[in-house]
Each structure stands twice: as C-alpha cells, then as structure tokens.
Ligand binder design. Structure first.
Ligand code: CA
Length: 244
C-alpha cells in the first residue's frame, strides 16, 4: 500500500499546476521567474501571484528545480488550499478562517476527502532537471516549459528524483523509514516490452511508469523491519542524464 502511494505521489509532479497568464516570449531564452511576469495558475491557492525565486510557502523552488516539505504540500496549492505547516488543528482552523469550511468538523471532513492528506506527515524532497520542468517560459504560453524543444517527454532527457521519509510506531517505539526513486524519460528509440523499457540495443532500462518514463533506481529502507533493499537498479544505467 505504501509503495502504491509513493508512486502516485511522484506522478503529481507531472500534473502539477502550470504557471499562467498568456504572454509573449521576449527572446530565445524566454521569460524567467526573475522577470516578474509569470504567475501561479488559475485555481492555485496563490492564483495570480507572481512566481518568485527561492522556496514558496508550499516548498516549491521552481528556480532551483526543487521541492522540499510536507508531502501533501506538493499538491495542496494546486488544489487551491493553503500550505500545511505540521499542526492539524491549526490547519483546520485556518480553513474555517479563510472560508473553506463553516466549522472545524466540516474542515476535517473536507480534508479527509483530499488526496494525499492522509500522508501529510511524510517529508518529501523532489529534484528535477530543466527538461522535466523548466524555470523559464521559452514558448510564450505563460507556463514554465516542460520537455522544451520536444513534442513530448520521450527523448527529452527529463528526469526526476523523489526522496521520502517518515516514521511509524511499532511496539511502543518510533521507527524511521525512507524511500528513494529515480525516474527518467526514455529515449526516442526505446522499446516497451511487457511493462519494461529497453534500449534500441535490447538492454533493459527499467519498469515503465506513466507511459514515457522508466524507473531506473528504487531504494527502500526500514531499519525496524531490517529492510534495506535496492528494489530496482537498472542494468543499463542508473545515471541521471544517461538516457538521451
Ligand atoms: Ca511555456
């Protein structure tokens, strides 16, 4: 169950809300965050506000290609909610104060229906390259570019890493766990066979995920369960930037 959640979580990056406002690209290297034009998209909690360099209140640092914070905060902003700051009661009260709910019970019920809220205490560190999500808008659609220069992610060299950690209680003690995964866009000549991507030469890249991507490395550690496992390691390469 946990693994399924983790994999779903990573996918959120792909669908993470775009940055909006239709504007024209000013030159070949595009509009940067520093230009003070690009804004959060419609429906985002920060809708209409300018993107800024550095970490935002959710934990995204678009300039540096990073997210660091509570797992749920990778999504809450895009869903239109304020950031979670570690205190459930304070969060429910904030929802009431900001008009999301009439009272605390209603706020709690509301959040119980929100994807990822149940895993809000998990910490997440995501890193990606410019092909995955650029810190510029070079095609003039007002959005930070994805797979710039390519029709799709395939062949773009895009990659993402996702590191998660947390704790759980077992027989009165607190047990830590952590999980790490590397995901890459596959090369244009890659072949998908029975759920695994292969290079043109027939070498295994890794299990398919979200169509155009392959997992090239996956590690899970749970010391309480004496579980330290490289769950997957690509026999071709686990190097970021290798597959292009
Ligand atoms: Ca764009």
């Amino acid at each position: 169950m946990r693994k399924k959640i983790l994999v779903i979580g990573i996918m959120g990056v792909l669908t993470m809300s775009g940055m909006i406002g239709v504007i024209e690209a000013k030159k070949n290297d595009g509009i940067t965050i520093q230009d003070g034009i690009l804004t959060y998209s419609a429906g985002h909690y920060l809708e209409g506000e300018l993107l800024t360099v550095g970490y935002d209140i959710f934990g995204y640092n678009y300039q540096a290609h990073l997210f660091k914070g509570y797992y749920c905060n990778a999504y809450l902003g895009g869903y239109g909610f304020p950031p979670y700051e570690g205190d459930d009661d304070a969060y429910y009260q904030r929802l009431v104060n900001e008009g999301f709910a009439e009272n605390l019970l209603e706020a709690e019920l509301l959040m119980s229906r929100i994807r990822y809220w149940a895993y809000r205490d998990i910490q997440l560190l995501m890193k990606w390259n410019d092909a995955w999500l650029s810190n510029r808008d070079r095609d003039g659609d007002g959005l930070l570019d994805r797979h710039y220069g390519y029709d799709s992610y395939i062949g773009s060299g895009a990659w993402l890493t996702n590191h998660m950690w947390g704790t759980y209680e077992l027989d009165g003690k607190t047990c830590p766990w952590n999980y790490f995964v590397k995901i890459v866009a596959v090369p244009e000549d890659a072949k998908l066979i029975e759920g695994y991507w292969y290079t043109a030469e027939g070498s295994e890249i890794g299990p398919e995920i979200w169509g155009a991507f392959a997992i090239i490395q996956k590690i899970y550690n749970d010391p309480c369960m004496r579980y330290h496992v490289i769950e997957y390691l690509s026999p071709t390469s686990a190097g970021l930037g290798y597959y292009k």
